[in-house]
Design a protein around this ligand. Structure first.
Ligand code: GLN
Length: 460
């Protein structure tokens, strides 16, 4: 169900009825473990206010779900961790505030890899989310819960965060539209920080027009997040004809699943049939993208997670005899294994003896990757490729091998490192019926153009 259908239903019945139905559906689908906590009481109260005409706006009465690393009222903000299991936010994230200002109604908080570290939602302290199409497979991650709840049609849209693919990859694995805007498009105020130089906020929807609407509402400058850009986003109805599109050759190599390659090639054909030019291009720095990402991101997150010390807020270990023991036990109990692995890598690459060899080197390589993108965008309007090398993998398949899990991020991290907009739109199914997404990537602030093009090809 999309946003306009939902609004139609609100008109013919009531916001209360629509919100109640969404909450019931969420409960009926509890087996997927996509929702950590419902915000039922607050949601129904707001629905009544919509019906009484006290709350109005573009999304009046439209239910949505938000990833549980966004601060929102009505339920704890856990980041799917024991550290924040009982943490009730004293304020709301700007993204949720802006949607509420248009009358949208948050009905619950969705599951994720703890602190958004992961690509399968198996790192949640509260159990994995199951794939919406095949429950023996992963939801993708880290925003797995939001993707699944949108794919199951419980709500017309959900919010996620994307640091290295956490919106695009689960969108691809569940057959919904996932948008990672240009870095700085949407305020990150009130969202639990992972890696501050690549974290972005975006949406899951069942079609592109809804993604445009949600982006339009959330985008723009926020004085509480100094990295936000002035609002540049606009919903476009026209598509520039005859666009030049580069298909990234390194993303279509031998190791990539043949079903994935076939669906991407078909999408390229569709672009051509609609008057655009698609040519193969090369992005050689892709070879280093994972190495860059898995140095810079742990470095930043190890610093961001330093605040969870058992003193300020969140979990605090009991029966403590010294300060060192308080820090140590609190962090041991509050973080999952993957959090600890990344904190250790991050602390290592930032340590005085290794800073130049790893962190500084990775920053230099990051600039080279950005330069390569910039060169390509002198000649091409946008780039396309797969989102992931394979469709959704089996639950448990990669959990014992973190490196294998990281390798799956190869196609999503390059644009994150470069701060570029990238979206995942459904491109069809594998032979076994699993969803496959195509990724559209553009220069900074080309978000409106990217979405307009994707919209023009939808259902064609
Ligand atoms: N899978 C990637 C990682 O593990 C992306 C995570 C994210 O975007 N939050 O870092």
């Amino acid at each position: 169900m999309n946003i306009s259908e939902t609004k139609e239903q609100i008109k013919t019945s009531s916001a209360r009825k629509v919100v109640e139905t969404a909450i019931k559906l969420a409960k009926d689908n509890a087996d997927y473990n996509a929702i950590l906590n419902l915000t039922e009481e607050r949601a129904l109260k707001r629905a009544d206010e919509v019906d009484a005409g006290k709350i109005t706006g573009k999304l009046a009465g439209v239910p949505f779900v938000v990833k549980d690393n966004f601060l929102a009222f009505g339920a704890p903000t856990t980041a799917a961790s024991k550290m924040l299991e009982n943490f009730n936010a004293p304020l709301q994230s700007t993204a949720v505030d802006r949607l509420e200002a248009e009358g949208a109604i948050c009905i619950g908080k969705s599951n994720l890899d703890a602190f958004a570290h992961g690509g399968s939602t198996e790192n949640s302290a509260f159990g994995p989310t199951k794939n919406s199409v095949d429950p023996t497979r992963v939801a993708g991650g880290s925003s797995g819960g939001s993707a699944v709840i949108t794919a199951l049609n419980v709500v017309p849209f959900a919010l996620g965060s994307d640091t290295g693919g956490s919106i695009r990859q689960p969108a691809s694995f569940n057959g919904v539209v996932g948008v990672k805007p240009t870095y700085g498009t949407v305020s990150r105020y009130g969202v639990v920080a992972m890696a501050s130089s690549t974290d972005v906020i975006g949406s899951f929807t069942s079609n592109v027009a809804d993604a445009e609407l949600i982006t339009d509402i959330m985008a723009g400058r926020d004085d509480r997040d100094m990295t936000t850009l002035p609002d540049f986003f606009e919903i476009q109805t026209d598509v520039k004809p005859g666009q030049k599109i580069g298909l990234i050759k390194e993303f279509m190599a031998e190791g990539v699943d043949s079903d994935v390659r076939d669906r991407i090639n078909e999408y390229a054909e569709k672009l051509r049939a609609n008057g655009h030019v698609v040519e193969e291009v090369s992005l050689p720095m892709v070879e280093y993208a994972l190495a860059i990402y898995y140095i810079l991101v742990p470095a930043e997150l190890s610093s961001n997670l330093a605040r969870y010390d058992g003193v300020r807020y969140g979990h605090r270990a009991e029966g403590i005899k010294s300060l060192a023991e308080l820090y140590g036990r609190t962090r041991d109990e509050g973080f999952v294994t993957e959090n600890k692995r990344r904190i250790m890598i991050g602390s290592y690459v930032l340590s005085s003896g290794f800073f130049d060899a790893y962190y500084l080197k990775a920053q230099k390589a990051r600039t080279l990757l950005i330069n390569e993108f910039n060169e390509l965008f002198k000649r091409y309007d946008l780039l396309i490729g797969p989102v992931t090398p394979t469709p959704a993998f089996k639950l448990g398949e990669n959990t014992s091998d973190p490196i294998k899990m990281y390798l799956g991020d190869i196609m999503t991290v390059p644009t994150s490192i470069a701060g570029l907009p990238a979206i995942s739109v459904p491109a069809g199914l594998s032979e076994t019926g699993l969803p496959i997404g195509v990724q559209l990537m553009g220069p900074r602030c080309s978000d409106s153009k990217l979405l307009a093009l994707a919209k023009s090809l939808e259902n064609k």
